[in-house]
Design a protein around this ligand. Sequence first.
Ligand SMILES: Nc1ncnc2c1ncn2[C@@H]1O[C@H](COP(=O)(O)OP(=O)(O)OP(=O)(O)O)[C@@H](O)[C@H]1O
Ligand SMILES: [Mg+2]
Length: 411
Amino acid sequence: MIPGLGEGDGPHRLGVADAEREAQLLSKVVKTISAGLDLDRILQGVAQLVTETTETDVCFVHLLDEQGRKLQLRGATPPFDTMVGTIELALGEGVAGWVADHGQPAVIVDNKASDPRYRYIPALRGEEFTSMLSVPVVTPMGHLVGVLNVHTRLRREFTPADVELLRTVAGLVAGAIENARLHRRLAEREEALERFAERMVEWQEHERRRMAGEIHDGISQRIVSLFFHLSAAADALPGSPGVAAEQVARAQELAGAALDETRSAIAGLRPPVLDDLGLAASLESLGHGFPTLDVQVDAPALAMAEHAETAVYRTAQEALQNAAKHADAQSVRVRLYRQKDRAVLEVTDDGTGFDMADAPAAGAPGGPTGFGLSGMRERAELLGGRLELTSSPGRGTTVRLSIPYLPSAQC
Ligand SMILES: Nc1ncnc2c1ncn2[C@@H]1O[C@H](COP(=O)(O)OP(=O)(O)OP(=O)(O)O)[C@@H](O)[C@H]1O
Ligand SMILES: [Mg+2]
């Protein structure tokens, strides 16, 4: 038996012996918790109903935070409703903390101050109340989500039926809390997905502009010049074959350059080496493309989804380019590995490093014109990953990309 629990024959009973009243309370609780998903309103409504129907003077609903470390007062009857959100208890602290810790109800009939579990919180004016009943709020799956307390001004012996009723109410509230939390998590995911879709569209636009720029400023300019050189050659051919030959040679050079630019524009969409060699060998071959750097690559074959491989390759490419352009580095280490459900790429150079406070994000006022760092970061976020940059003057730079590991479709 719970200490302090009466036999149910005292002058004050929670009204729980009254089956009809009990049924009414439960049905009102169900109505309140089905009215919507705003958790604070539900808890407020439940606190009110519990005191009204059980003839207690005040009801407090303490919720366990999502880390399961502390209880927060989230529902209370007036005048304590203004205290909601301002009171916190550690697990084990106060009667509510004890109930949360032990997963058992607690009854204190009188003389609270002498109970070792009791902690006086001035704002909750414990001195005005004599008896209390506290029950854990436990979900049908057995997870503790909070504690429900009722207090009375007059001395009251709580009966086992009182405890049972309050536990039943707590069980209903627990379901509502779980639903509200699930609903919030779903809403957050939906928002993240919307942001993802928006960024995807922006990224596509950005890529289209880049391609248009490359075709307009590079390839088509060369084809125009090529056309003029060929026309000049055609004009010169009858009378001045020497001039015509010169023009043809120039046209050949331009055709070669246009071809190179076409290749690099295509490579800008998806690096062809990835298809030919796979990611690990592509990173090796990328390293050979920086003759001033000693690049060591340590990359096992991870068989990742194509878009994830492209992101890793691009990040390594930009990090190596930065190491070659800005860092005055001698050697760079490229490491690719799997860490649980994530793929991690680390590119570390031994160069000058830089003070990140002095390198505001691209596009920010006074920031660099470069888009390398912000592009890497956006790409990482787009895949639900993160990009971390560690650098300080004189100590080199490490770029760390961590993205969810997605196996390739062939796996
Ligand atoms: N590995 C590095 N070592 C030293 N400084 C770096 C390194 N990486 C980046 N930086 C500094 O951060 C700045 C921003 O880099 P970011 O890649 O965004 O632009 P960028 O390389 O200047 O231009 P872009 O990448 O668009 O060609 C660089 O201008 C450089 O000052
Ligand atoms: Mg750069």
